[in-house]
Design a protein around this ligand. Structure first.
Ligand SMILES: [Zn+2]
Length: 268
């Protein structure tokens, strides 16, 4: 991952695997001063004045280089539902309030940007640069084991992509020994014993497991037909890296939210 800081002070991460405009936000930059939201919270909520979050969104869009009026990011519900979005959806969710929900998006429309919201869950950005299709997925444990990654690949093919050309980057999330889960998470993978055994390890606490969600999503993308060399992992843990990220678990639910955004630019 490449760490970039824009002239306006906003820092974000990109990957050389994705040759289109995209970013995984960090908590660095922006104008937030609250303990839980300093300083680049990007989703309006009760912890911060809305005018502050709006200014952060403006700064982030300026730093990355997309128009906020063309961004789609709806409320998430830990499903495996991936929407194909178009210009009619531009601005929905962050610029304009919306009751609609989704945990992933694909689009083949130029000039439209799609974003998922995370603060420990796994963000995945995808693109097929040859066919001009992009995707963004939010994969917590429910979405991961419900198969949002293969669902995203299917939706991308419906929009014109070819899975042998799709590149995917699995962004910063909680991982490894930081992500101890209970039996309900282990049980969510029970119909996939090979996957379950590859990503869960017992923790010292009875009935608890460490779960490697980035690895689970990588394995699901491989199984869906992506080439190994087309799948990148950030290797960054949101829980460990207090200097870079908000973390739902570390901050006990009182935290800002990051965005992972991708889009195809308008032709010049
Ligand atoms: Zn960690």
């Amino acid at each position: 991952m490449d760490f970039r800081t824009a002239q306006n002070g906003v820092s974000y991460l990109t990957s050389g695997l994705l040759p289109v405009r995209h970013a995984f936000s960090t908590r660095l930059g922006g104008v937030g001063t609250g303990e839980a939201t300093a300083s680049l919270n990007l989703v309006p909520g009760e912890l911060e004045e809305e005018s502050v979050t709006r200014e952060n969104l403006r700064l982030f869009s300026e730093a990355v280089g997309f128009s906020l009026s063309r961004l789609v990011s709806l409320r998430q519900v830990h499903s495996a539902r991936v929407l194909r979005v178009s210009g009619a959806d531009a601005g929905k969710g962050l610029l304009f309030p919306s009751e609609e929900t989704a945990d992933g998006y694909v689009t083949a429309e130029r000039g439209l940007f799609i974003a998922v919201r995370t603060a420990d869950c796994v963000p995945i950005l995808l693109c097929d640069p040859e066919n001009g299709v992009v995707g963004a997925l939010h994969a917590g444990w429910r979405g991961t084991f419900a198969g949002i990654a293969p669902a995203g690949v299917e939706r991308m093919e419906e929009a014109g992509a070819d899975r042998r050309r799709i590149r995917a980057v699995i962004g910063p999330s909680i991982a490894g020994p930081c992500y101890e889960t209970g039996e309900e998470v282990y049980a969510a993978a029970s119909d996939r014993p090979l996957l379950r055994d590859a990503v869960f390890t017992p923790s010292p606490r009875a009935g608890h497991f460490f779960c490697d969600l980035p690895r689970a999503n990588r394995l699901l993308l491989l199984e869906a037909g992506l080439r190994a060399e087309h799948i990148g992992l950030s290797g960054l843990c949101t829980h460990c890296r207090e200097d870079l990220f908000f973390s739902h678990r570390r901050m006990h639910g009182r935290r800002g939210t990051m965005l992972s955004v991708i889009g195809l630019e308008e032709p010049q």
